[in-house]
Design a protein around this ligand. Structure first.
Ligand SMILES: *Cc1c(COP(=O)(O)O)cnc(C)c1O
Length: 363
């Protein structure tokens, strides 16, 4: 057991220089406004929507509530939602929380996004929407999904929690579908401690979502059933302080990913990058040959105080509280063998080499 070295976890949230955050906190004290669509939140929304090149950008409390109010704003509170089993639990739970049934479509073995060729066979008269995930920042088959949605009159809500900073065919990956939902949680590439966003295509739906996120009312006038998804000025302050570092964060993640690539090429399976995708380097997933191999690598890394993560695991079609068993053999296989290696801007070159060498040795 190596006790002298600092422990290395899968990720470590980026923190801006204190003074830069405090400068925004001082503004909060001056403005004397803490929440309810305050001036810092407005400033952050403007900066992020222009950085992403999108309109109708709604900053909310987290990525999970973003998914839930996206479904709500599109009027989806019953029936079936086609989704992927290879994601974080929030994708499935938001569908269930909205009173809908998640219908799982298995994934592509190449890049772990929903398999567009298996969607149509799962469509029934109850199907209302498709909720795919841009897994690890890789793009789904956007054209294929949209074509099916248009044919069957379905809504498309992207769980784009990993997609911030990825660009597909010249547009932000958040600019596709009826609504794209992002997460700005502390562990994500760009964060505001907790936070999320909805990017909404249609102006009317956008207005509705804007109402839903603040109790469905304006003053004493009540228009629709809402919830509280408003974000605070302190979170917006962290977002503003982190904003100037987005380019640097992505560049450093790219450097680290390329170091891993060089060391591990041929030893592990990596996701296939789509043509037309400028990748954001949000994660460094590796697929091992077997679960045994993964467990051996984990054991050796853990001994050295290094903690990668099984992500995603388990396959969401296996959640114990689902009422019905649905089979997704590819997702079940990949989840048993996939892990993410540590990747964050402050990870040192020596640490990357050390991690890569240990993995190499075991393999
Ligand atoms: C992080 C994440 C979410 C949830 O976002 P929160 O901001 O943590 O609520 C949803 N889906 C995926 C794929 C995620 O990784």
């Amino acid at each position: 057991m190596n006790t002298t070295k600092e422990k290395i976890f899968i990720t470590k949230p980026f923190l801006p220089p204190k003074e830069e955050y405090f400068k925004y906190v001082e503004k909060i004290y001056e403005n004397d406004i803490l929440t309810n669509q305050g001036p810092l939140l407005k400033e952050l929304e403007e900066k992020l929507s222009s950085y992403l090149g999108v309109k109708n950008f709604q900053y909310v409390t987290n990525g999970t509530i973003a998914l839930q109010i996206a479904l709500k704003a599109l009027g989806i509170d019953e029936g079936e939602v086609i989704t992927t089993p290879f994601s974080y639990v929030a994708t499935t739970s938001s569908v269930l929380w909205q009173g809908c049934k998640p219908v799982f479509v298995d994934i592509e073995p190449d890049n772990f996004t929903i398999d567009v060729n298996k969607i149509e066979e799962k469509i029934t008269s109850e199907t209302k929407a498709i909720m795919p995930v841009h897994v690890f920042g890789y793009a789904c088959d956007i054209e294929g999904i949209q074509k099916i949605a248009d044919t069957y009159g379905l809504k498309v809500i992207y769980d784009a929690a990993h997609a911030f900073g990825s660009v597909y065919k010249g547009k932000s990956l958040l600019d596709y579908g009826d609504i794209s939902c992002c997460s700005f949680h502390a562990t994500k590439l760009y964060h505001t401690v907790e936070g999320g966003a909805c990017v909404v295509k249609d102006d009317e739906v956008n207005k509705k979502l804007d109402l839903i996120k603040r109790f469905g009312c304006v003053g004493e006038e009540h228009f629709t059933l809402g919830i509280n998804a408003k974000q605070s000025e302190f979170h917006a302050a962290m977002g503003l302080a982190n904003f100037p570092y987005i380019g640097k964060i992505i560049a450093r993640r790219k450097e680290i990913s390329q170091m891993y690539d060089k060391a591990l090429s041929g030893l592990v399976q990596r996701p296939k990058r789509q043509e037309g995708l400028e990748y954001n380097y949000a994660y460094y997933p590796v697929v091992f040959k077997s679960e045994d191999e993964l467990l051996k690598v984990f054991e050796m890394l853990n001994e050295e105080g290094i903690y990668p993560r099984r992500y995603f695991y388990p396959s969401l079609n296996k959640l114990p509280y689902l009422s019905e068993r649905q089979s997704c053999p590819i997702s079940e296989d990949i989840t048993s063998r996939i892990a993410n290696l540590p990747l964050y801007p402050n990870l040192k070159d020596e640490a990357v080499e050390r991690i890569a060498n240990i993995v190499k040795e075991v393999l």
